[in-house]
Design a protein around this ligand. Structure first.
Ligand SMILES: NC(=O)c1ccc[n+]([C@@H]2O[C@H](COP(=O)([O-])OP(=O)(O)OC[C@H]3O[C@@H](n4cnc5c(N)ncnc54)[C@H](O)[C@@H]3O)[C@@H](O)[C@H]2O)c1
Length: 332
């Protein structure tokens, strides 16, 4: 078992990674908890045992679950269970479950403890770590949410065996970004160590900038185009697949701006190919529409802002020239 910590002072928490990590659940229940509300989805089929009184709540599948109305229903169910301010919510699922369970925990009784047991690769290396929770509104993904750190995270790599192949590959899209955040050579590690190495990178970034005032934005590498493709909505893309296309795009933009050389561009392509990830825009993309969506990005405060690679590694680059962005989209 690999044991890590997200170091955030009094809100620091443990992350356990490995086969059978779910066996650690009992020992990670914070003291003083007298009731547990499990939040999961029917298709996941993973449950946790506790001697404490507990209830199980099922969310709808997919982004449909990331709605304020679902959070309201969940909070009503918590109240029906008699969950108090001292009790515990446990999210068992992918990023959708941990985002919604975490957000519900952040607002129920003005905030109760939450423990995450992420069951997708994307959830284990990214969504369940770092305390970002939230839901979508028609105007954008994750526009309503809270920073709410869990009291612990259990990443049982055995549970990934039942993950549909495409969902596993989607997690690889987020994993690919860690190669450019200090994770060179990740593809040579066995799965448990690879998951733990990504968590360590994310934990270090979150510890330095918990509320994304600065360096945490680097975790959005590849996400500007990814979010535009997801909002556009016509394409059959999992989140990590969209991120992979976004990473390729960001590398091409960095190369066009002279920030990285051909060898570094090739390294991006190698990493995306190692994980069998898409690198081209889906058929039928509308360049004008993508440019318009870039303008709505959270980072777009000083012109069009992208996370781009460069001689010093990744950095947040404001004012990326529109003609370059447009040319590279057209070329892709
Ligand atoms: N909070 C963050 O920091 C953060 C970071 C990245 C992504 N996200 C969010 O995460 C979400 C995507 O998460 P995801 O990719 O995990 O997708 P997901 O949560 O939708 O899960 C994918 C599918 O796999 C199923 N599933 C989950 N675990 C399974 C298992 N072990 N076996 C079989 N089936 C299983 C789920 O029921 C679902 O149908 C997006 O909403 C994204 O915005 C959040």
């Amino acid at each position: 078992m690999i044991r890590l910590e997200v170091p955030l002072g009094s809100r620091s928490y443990p992350v356990v990674v490995g086969a059978s990590a779910l066996d650690e659940f009992q020992s990670l229940i914070p003291s003083g908890v007298s009731r547990i509300a499990f939040v999961t989805q029917r298709g996941i089929g993973i449950s946790l045992e506790s001697e404490l009184p507990s209830s199980v709540h099922f969310l709808p599948d997919g982004e449909e679950a990331k709605k304020l109305s679902v959070v309201e229903d969940l909070c009503s169910a918590f109240a029906g269970d008699g969950l108090t301010r001292k009790d515990l919510v446990v999210g068992i699922g992918g990023g959708v479950v941990t985002d919604v369970a975490g957000f519900a925990a952040s607002v129920y009784h003005r905030g109760i403890q939450v423990l995450h047991a992420p069951t997708t690769l994307l959830g284990q290396i990214d969504a369940a770590i770092g305390g970002k929770t939230g839901v979508n509104i028609p105007e954008g993904k994750n526009l309503i949410g809270a920073f709410w750190q869990p009291s612990g995270v259990i990443c049982d790599t055995d549970v990934l065996k039942s993950l549909p192949e495409r969902e596993f590959r989607s997690g690889m899209g987020e994993l690919a970004k860690y190669h450019f955040l200090g994770g060179e050579g990740l593809d040579e590690l066995p799965l448990d160590e690879r998951v733990a190495a990504c968590i360590q990178i994310k934990a270090d970034i979150v510890a330095a900038d918990e509320r994304e005032g600065d360096s945490r934005a680097l975790l959005n590498y590849g996400h500007t185009l990814a979010h535009a493709l997801e909002i556009e909505g016509r394409f059959d893309l999992r989140h990590g697949e969209a991120v992979a296309i976004g990473i390729q795009y960001a590398a091409l933009v960095a190369h066009a701006l002279g920030r990285i050389d051909k060898a570094r561009l090739s390294e991006h392509e190698r990493v995306l190919d190692v994980y069998d990830l898409p690198r081209s825009l889906p058929e039928g993309c509308d360049v004008d529409q993508l440019m318009e969506l870039f303008g709505r990005d959270k980072k777009a405060m000083t012109g069009l802002t992208f996370v781009l690679d460069g001689p010093e590694g990744l950095s947040v680059v404001p004012g990326v020239p529109e003609n370059t962005l447009r040319d590279v989209l057209t070329q892709m």
